[in-house]
Design a protein. Structure first.
Length: 83
């Protein structure tokens, strides 16, 4: 989760716009997204949940799937790398 000091809210990290990169596994994408958005190096542990949602146009029709991992921080420095 990522915390916002302005609004005291939390949100899940993720790559909704880009999704996986070619040849990337869900675990690799989770590792990359956490680092890009927080600066922390993590080891994703087993999948906690797989969640689907309704199809929408983005700009093509997509059916989003969220894969939720629990992760252990193993290094890095907490700071935003991905705006």
């Amino acid at each position: 989760m990522r915390s916002s000091a302005k609004a005291e809210r939390r949100r899940l990290l993720g790559g909704a716009r880009r999704g996986y990169r070619p040849g990337e596994t869900p675990t690799q994408a989770a590792f990359r997204e956490v680092f890009e958005e927080t600066g922390l190096l993590t080891v994703p542990t087993p999948v906690v949940a797989v969640l689907g949602s309704q199809a929408r146009t983005y700009p093509d029709v997509i059916e989003p799937t969220t894969i939720l991992f629990e992760s252990t921080v193993v290094g890095g420095t907490l700071e935003s790398h991905d705006g």
